[in-house]
Design a protein around this ligand. Structure first.
Ligand code: ADP
Ligand code: ZN
Ligand code: ZN
Length: 736
């Protein structure tokens, strides 16, 4: 296919430029250009030559072909890596809807000179003898500071400047004549700070088991072959991390670098440390608690080839590795991979796209893959690998039981601990084993909900659940509305309505009352606000300093506590009511991960799932640790209701303070979409009030378009973007 036009963006440092320009490709460059290349192009009225980056090609001219200018030539000094990241930005802009500048700012590391941590040294220029002679002279003159400096120079040729000033107390004035006479010189070396401190024990060598070896070999052969993305579905504890490390070892041996994405660094600290023990100084991390300087240092180290591996959340995806070979995404199903700020990219999709640009391969791993990834693997879009047994010998999946909380209530138990869970807790404590209690944050953190019907009390202005505050009132987190706690459930009239305080805190009080001798640790927003407190709590618990760890989502991810034999999930299904077609998937994965924390070592594990809807398929499948069972149920539901991944879906959120304007705009969008219909678009939903219909008195409308193919949706999106949005109505796209 002949594609004689190139899309070029110009001068990326200029913030006013937010456009793509079309240029004609001269014949001699046919076939020699690719996205990301830096080219010289005539620009503006004077046709001054400017640098630009190619971000794509097209067959047809966008306007009068006679007016389209020609590419002048290719810049030989073009940095390939920047080009790649710029292409990635262009793709993100197109796909997720943002300006080019917003996308570029997300993708390109902050441009600044690596001035970070410049270290200065004084270096002796003259020989020892000359130095000794000088010393004699200075002694005679009683120049004490210079004497100290020269004495130091006799032992060391190079002295850290700071040490000279602070320890030897030599002032700049005293050393000035030495510098002028060339007796010594000042040198500056930049040293990049490593965000990980302290010496590490070298890890014990683990030899991979049969299953791990088979999967490693499979992934490596995909890497040597077509480099299609790989999905690794491995149950919790099957040893996926060991597989990742082995694959990376091979990739690094070929001179290529790897990015390892994890959902959130503080939640996966143990994993990070395992990489450090294996790869030492060749690994670095980026995360939100690093300063801007530390971050840009790490990016610079990556660019210079000082690193083989970068670990981090979402944003590590943009590490400027010159020779990227692999992007590995652990816990690929996690919601944290989706950006909440513009551009609202999904890190898994963006990773796959970056791999395509770089000729690298993406590996997605999870115990509960997202329905989207699993679906693609089933369709052969991804290579698929599976690990079904736990890696440690004698470690088997725990036994799981579901307790129906409605039955508890009928039997007169109004606590949030079922009789069965309490009994098992007592037994576990007697055996001196450990317990994890998991509270579903989405459901319980400070909300007041009804124990008969499960509904929470909502804000009349914002359509979200109200939170309990310390003064005992209910407050809206978005708008500040307050009201006393009602005595009866506004939905069903039942009197069994209660707040759970700040959730975990309340649970802690109850556990203390039930088991006064047990020692308890709590992990939630309150106890982890200080830097390093996550790690402190986790390691205290891992060292056996407490019997029970109570926590929210934070405690279920990726931790390995060998002495935990009982996991209690206090309210399993509240995330089922959180809305959205992915609620079932979220509940299933949360429960599976939580249950997977039990019996990680040789001791047998028990899990109790307390639920108001014990026969929901997400809860049942999680209890029997049956991913496939869950998946087939879920995919059937998505097919019936035409949801992703079976269909592609474009969603649009329209917001305005003026309800009429929002409604009017929603109407315009609807007409535009209907006009565009018939081009393969299957279904238009809405516009309608969003499930959270207003926040802080800003009205929200949603609109969805579904289609088997992506292309018609992207076209529709462009049409909607081109509408006159005025200044009072905002909009936001998402593409799934
Ligand atoms: P996953 O990431 O799949 O949950 P991990 O890689 O964290 O699993 O492994 C779970 C536990 O099993 C870890 O403690 C790990 O050290 C151990 N492990 C993994 N592979 C092996 C192996 N081949 N032999 C012995 N222990 C292993
Ligand atoms: Zn409100
Ligand atoms: Zn009720």
């Amino acid at each position: 296919m002949l594609r004689p036009y190139a899309d070029v963006i110009i001068d990326i440092t200029h913030t006013a430029v937010d456009r793509v320009f079309q240029y004609e490709i001269p014949e001699e460059l046919f076939g020699g250009l690719s996205p990301g290349m830096k080219v010289r192009v005539p620009f503006g009225q004077g046709n001054h030559l400017r640098d630009g980056y190619i971000i794509g090609f097209s067959e047809k001219p966008d306007y009068d072909p006679l007016k389209i200018k020609k590419i002048e030539g290719v810049c030989e000094d073009g940095v390939l890596i920047e080009g790649q990241l710029i292409c990635l930005a262009a793709w993100m802009r197109e796909r997720y809807g943002s300006t080019m500048i917003q996308a570029l700012k997300t993708v390109l590391p902050i441009k600044r000179k690596p001035k970070a941590a410049q270290k200065r040294y004084l270096v002796r220029n003259v020989g020892r003898e000359e130095c000794e002679e000088l010393l004699m002279v200075c002694r005679k003159k009683n120049q004490r500071a210079r004497v100290r400096l020269l004495e130091a120079f006799l032992t060391d040729e190079t002295l850290p400047y700071e040490m000279v000033v602070q320890k030897l107390r030599v002032s700049a004035a005293s050393m000035k004549p030495f510098l002028e006479q060339g007796i010594c010189r000042l040198e500056t070396k930049s040293c990049f700070r490593n965000p990980i401190q302290g010496n590490l024990r070298k890890g014990t060598e683990i030899s991979l088991n049969e299953e791990q070896r088979r999967v490693t070999a499979g992934i490596l052969s995909a890497w040597k072959g077509d480099r299609k993305p790989c999905l690794l579905h491995g149950i919790t504890g099957s040893g996926k991390t060991e597989v990742y490390m082995e694959v990376i070892r091979h990739v690094a041996a070929e001179g290529k670098q790897a990015i390892v994405l994890i959902p959130e660094i503080s939640l996966t600290w143990q994993t990070v440390m395992r990489f450090y023990r294996q790869f030492g100084d060749r690994v670095s991390i980026v995360h939100s608690r690093l300063s801007a300087g530390e971050k840009s240092d790490q990016m610079e180290r990556a660019r210079r080839g000082e690193l083989d591996i970068m670990i981090g959340p979402r944003s590590a995806l943009f590490t400027p590795f010159p020779n990227l070979g692999l992007i590995l995404i652990d816990e690929e199903h996690e919601a944290a991979y989706k950006s909440e700020t513009v551009p609202r990219y999904h890190a898994v999709e963006a990773a796959i796209y970056r791999c395509r640009l770089a000729g690298a391969m993406a590996v997605l791993g999870s115990a509960t893959p997202s329905a989207v990834s699993y679906y693609r693997a089933q369709n052969g879009e991804y290579h698929f690998f599976q690990m079904k047994t736990r890696a440690k010998e004698a470690s088997v999946l725990p036994s799981v039981e579901i307790v129906d909380l409605r039955e508890e209530l009928k039997a007169g138990n109004r606590r949030i601990f079922s009789r069965r869970l309490k009994e098992l807790m007592g037994e576990t404590l007697k055996r001196k084993e450990q317990i994890l209690l998991f509270l579903n944050k989405r459901g319980y953190a400070g909300f007041v909900s009804c124990r008969a019907c499960g509904k929470a009390v909502k804000c009349p202005h914002c359509d979200v659940s109200l939170k309990v505050h310390q003064d005992g009132k209910l407050k809206c987190h978005y708008c500040g509305y307050e009201t006393p706690i009602p005595r009866e459930c506004p939905s069903c009239g039942s009197g069994y309505i209660a707040g759970f305080g700040t959730g975990t805190q309340k649970v802690e009080v109850m556990v203390k009352a039930m088991f006064p001798e047990a020692s308890i640790l709590r992990m939630d927003m309150d106890t982890t606000s200080k830097k390093g407190s996550h790690e402190a709590i986790l390691s205290a618990f891992a060292d056996g300093k407490a019997d029970i760890l109570i926590g929210t989502q934070m405690i279920v991810k990726g931790h390995d506590f060998p002495r935990v034999t009982l996991v209690g999930i206090l309210a399993a299904d509240l995330s089922l009511y959180s809305g959205g077609y992915e609620a079932g998937e979220r509940t299933f994965s949360l429960l599976t991960q939580a249950a997977g924390r039990a019996g990680r070592d040789s001791l047998p594990g028990h899990v109790v799932i307390q639920s108001y809807s014990p026969d929901n398929y997400s809860v049942e499948a999680a209890a029997s640790q049956d991913y496939e069972g869950f998946y087939w149920h879920e995919i059937l539901y998505r097919k019936l209701l035409r949801y992703p991944p079976v269909y592609r879906m474009l969603s649009l959120l329209i917001t305005s303070r003026e309800e009429e304007e929002a409604a009017a705009m929603a109407d315009t969008v609807k007409r535009q979409a209907e006009a565009a219909d018939g081009e393969g678009i299957l279904e238009l939903v809405g516009p309608a009030r969003a499930s959270v219909a207003k926040i802080n008195d800003v009205y929200r409308y949603t609109f969805y378009a579904k289609c088997e193919e992506e292309e018609p949706l992207l076209e529709l999106k462009q049409r909607i973007e081109a509408l006159d949005w005025g200044k009072d109505v905002q909009h936001q796209f998402d593409m799934e």
